[in-house]
Design a protein around this ligand. Structure first.
Ligand code: PFF
Length: 443
């Protein structure tokens, strides 16, 4: 077998994995959930979920992948060779879940493309076309989704180092910087501090089982867990990488961006409210929650006057790229399985799978009301945590402890003496599955 591609540098991997993690989940999912679930309380539970549940599982998933040095199906089979069929089934479940995630993700990312192009068209006097791009509609959703899927296919076709790594390394830092600048700007606007208060001052009355389940799903979604994405990326990582440390860097970066996005979006919502945009209905529920973030942002750019269009263009370009570095990591899961399990070329696999996912996405576009929210809930609140729990059980109960130890030790020679190794093995074995079961029973 030919040698598999690997990330060519450590920072390249961290940025690629962080690129997978940072995406619409941070800028759209997290702020929307926080705004609908009482702000600060959601933030606190979310942070707990990231560090108490998602981080240990991120290490587990990366470790399985790097040990396997293969597509997820083969990697899982290496962990439990006696159960080939069962492991094939788990890999397949991850593959289906991630394809469904991509099918709704591409629709939302398409909206970003619309908001990117619309102000430019407006400037050129093409007001009707600009309006079409910004207004919710079946044709618009369909066309923009297809454009975004095409972009995803083009990057994944180029493979690991040329496609995935290059894009992530270049753009992540610029995105972070722009966020900081925008947060500073929004805080100078009327109404912003009310948004900040909602975001940072907890009101315990919002705590509910539903909030806890949503926060868990959001943490899994944001760290791209439970659908073999991190497993595939781990498989492209070389043995000298320190997995616990790398995972911590990825989790911190991702959480940092989500936190910053909240600092931007929640105040921006209240600033927009100050300008007459209705955000909450009479019962206090968030209005048009799926699309609200995208209508609040343009209204913020409008307050910036002349530079607004520049900032808006830069912002949406970076967001599209952040969404792309996530979508490519999703497409890479089924693509790597088809290349390595069925011996197809990358080119063939990428077009075929991209095509099938576009068809699923089209079905969602045409049945938006009934399918969009449903697919999101099924994949993020159920499939990701459940498959993630299966990975935890595999690492905690099935995999021989010495093998886990040796795999992590390869890039972390002092592992045995570390605090990490004193806690993590039993944590993944007992605490993670129990915590997750508790959350599900709470519901
Ligand atoms: N983590 C991505 C985000 O927050 O936008 C979404 C995601 C990427 C989910 C990859 C799942 C996945 F496999």
């Amino acid at each position: 077998m030919a040698t598999r591609a690997h990330f060519s540098s450590r920072i390249g991997f961290i940025l690629a994995a962080a690129g997978s993690a940072v995406g619409l989940g941070n800028i759209w999912g997290f702020p929307t959930q926080a705004a609908s679930n009482g702000g600060a309380v959601f933030l606190i539970v979310y942070l707990l979920m990231v560090f108490a549940l998602a981080y240990p599982l991120l290490v587990a998933e990366l470790t399985i992948g790097r040990y396997g040095n293969a597509d997820p199906i083969t990697s899982l089979r290496k962990v439990w060779p006696q159960q080939r069929a069962l492991m094939g089934f788990v890999g397949l479940a991850g593959m289906i879940a991630v394809s469904l995630i991509l099918s709704f993700y591409a629709i939302v990312a398409g909206w970003l493309l619309g908001y990117l192009v619309a102000p430019v068209l407006d400037l050129l006097g093409l007001t009707a076309q600009a309006q079409w791009l910004e207004e919710f509609g079946v044709e618009r959703n369909l066309i923009l989704m297809l454009v975004f899927m095409w972009l995803t296919v083009m990057v994944v076709r180029s493979g690991v180092t040329d496609g995935i790594e290059k894009w992530s390394t270049r753009l992540m830092p610029v995105l972070l910087l722009l966020f900081v600048v925008m947060v500073i700007y929004i805080l100078t606007q009327d109404g912003a501090w009310e948004g900040l208060r909602v975001y940072l001052v907890p009101d315990a009355s919002h705590l509910s089982p539903k909030l806890i389940v949503s926060a868990m799903g959001q943490a899994f979604f944001s760290l791209s867990l439970g659908v073999c994405t991190m497993m595939v990326y781990g498989s492209y990582l070389d043995k000298s990488a320190n997995l616990p440390k790398t995972a911590a860097q990825v989790a911190l970066l991702d959480t940092g961006v989500a936190f910053l996005a909240g600092m931007l979006i929640l105040p921006a919502m209240f600033v927009a409210q100050n300008h007459g945009v209705v955000i909450y209905d009479d019962t206090g529920a968030l209005l048009a929650s799926d699309t609200l973030v995208f209508s609040v942002l343009p209204s913020m750019f409008e307050t910036m006057g002349g530079v607004g269009i520049l900032v808006s263009t830069l912002f949406f370009i970076l967001m599209v790229i952040a969404a792309l570095t996530s979508s490519i990591s999703m497409l890479e899961v089924p693509v790597s399985c088809v290349i390595e399990e069925l011996n197809h070329t990358r080119h063939w696999a990428v077009w075929w799978i991209g095509g099938v996912i576009s068809v699923i996405s089209t079905v969602i576009v045409f049945n938006f009301e009934s399918l969009f929210g449903f697919v999101i809930t099924m994949t993020t609140a159920y499939a990701q945590p459940i498959i993630g729990m299966i990975f935890a059980i595999l690492v905690g109960w099935i995999w021989h402890r010495d093998k886990v130890l040796n795999e992590i030790k390869a890039g972390y020679p002092e592992l045995e003496a570390s605090l990490f190794w004193r806690i993590w093995p039993w944590y993944v074995r007992i605490v993670c599955p129990v915590l997750m079961l508790l959350v599900f029973f709470l519901q």
